[in-house]
Design a protein around this ligand. Structure first.
Ligand code: ADP
Ligand code: MG
Length: 332
């Protein structure tokens, strides 16, 4: 069964066309990440799926049922937002059980589901605390717990880690991955962070300016991007783009080379003027330029390279991609 299917979904606010002919399928149990720059329409798409906004045209199916006319509360979805929006006057138990009370579930079911969710999220010790007595990470876990207790067909997460600091983001990311493995539920997760997309997704949907640019597994998109936008968006440090003429005479194409596919080679064809060196301990990132073209090189381990010097590089040829002047991928 397909957990979610969108067919030719469009959304306009007045004259502003925000979502453009969106076609997406989410299989049951799949973890799908919508990723794209700020303002590309990710939240709007999630809100249309949830029923918080009506689609201007197109069709939406959840679990095989056409839901365009179905109110949010009847769609079998649960949404977790960036802002946790917990009720300050309710303790953790109260926040987690509220939706079930509103659904008029029995006390046994409510107790059982709150116990199950708080065990999964390591919140058992905190059930009697109020939101003001919790850390940011704990509050976000309560927000996730409120979604879990409802046993939704589909979880929708909208940038749930954006308000957490870097260390906590990483921990919570691992917890969400574990949660998905434990629940086996279908999940859609929105982020502008390509690392979250790469590490969490079974399938990534790359959005740009309200359109789907490409859909695929993280490694498919990394190794085989459909265009220059996807190639440049996924990967950190980002892919280098340079005029192919730098290496091959009278070539009008753009070459895409990932920082890890460049190696120090005294006989190599590229001479890069070093501007900046990031020594990370395990890796060394070297940022430099060839004329006007910025180049980033990622080296394994520690290297004594200093700004101002020139390094000579060769390129792992079978990893090079080519793009035309409108950014479309050229297949060799
Ligand atoms: P993202 O979540 O990817 O950052 P959004 O979905 O929030 O992007 O917004 C996409 C675009 O739609 C933006 O240009 C935003 O200004 C516009 N938009 C979102 N909601 C509304 C609204 N209620 N009215 C008008 N424009 C909106
Ligand atoms: Mg958003």
């Amino acid at each position: 069964m397909t957990a979610l299917r969108l067919e030719n979904v469009n959304k306009s606010f007045g004259k502003v066309h925000v979502l453009k002919d969106i076609n997406i399928e989410v299989e049951e149990g799949e973890f799908v990440v919508f990723v794209g720059p700020s303002g590309c329409g990710k939240s709007t798409l999630l809100r249309v799926i949830a029923g918080l906004e009506d689609a201007s045209s197109g069709d939406i199916w959840i679990d095989g049922e056409h839901v365009n006319q179905t109110p949010p509360s009847k769609r079998g979805i649960a949404m977790v937002f960036q802002s946790y929006a917990l009720y300050p006057h309710l303790n953790v138990r109260g926040n987690m059980s509220l939706a079930l009370k509103q659904e008029k579930q029995s006390k046994e079911i409510i107790d059982q589901r709150v116990a199950e969710a708080s065990r999964m999220l390591n919140l058992e010790e905190y059930l009697d605390r109020y939101p003001s007595e919790l850390s940011g990470g704990q509050r976000q876990r309560v927000a996730i717990g409120r979604a879990i207790v409802r046993h939704p067909k589909l979880f929708l997460f909208d940038e749930p880690l954006s308000n957490l600091d870097a260390a906590l983001r990483m921990n919570t990311r691992l917890e969400i991955a574990k949660l998905h493995a434990d629940l086996g539920a279908s999940m859609i997760y929105v982020t502008h962070d390509q690392t979250e997309a790469m590490t969490l997704a079974d399938k990534i949907v790359v959005l740009r300016d309200g359109r789907v640019e490409q859909v695929g597994s993280p490694m498919e998109l990394y190794n085989n991007p459909a265009n220059q936008f996807v190639a440049g968006f996924l990967g950190s440090p980002a892919m280098n783009f340079l005029p192919a003429a730098l290496m091959q005479e009278s070539d009008s194409r753009t070459m895409g080379v990932r920082p890890e596919d460049l190696t120090l080679d005294p006989k190599g064809p590229l001479s890069v003027q070093v501007r900046h060196v990031e020594k990370l301990g395990g890796d060394t990132n070297v940022v430099g330029s060839i004329g006007d073209t910025q180049m980033t090189l990622r080296l394994f381990g520690q290297h004594d390279i200093t700004p101002g010097e020139t390094v000579t590089l060769s390129v792992t040829q079978d990893r090079v991609l080519f793009f035309n002047d409108t950014g479309e991928r050229l297949r060799s």
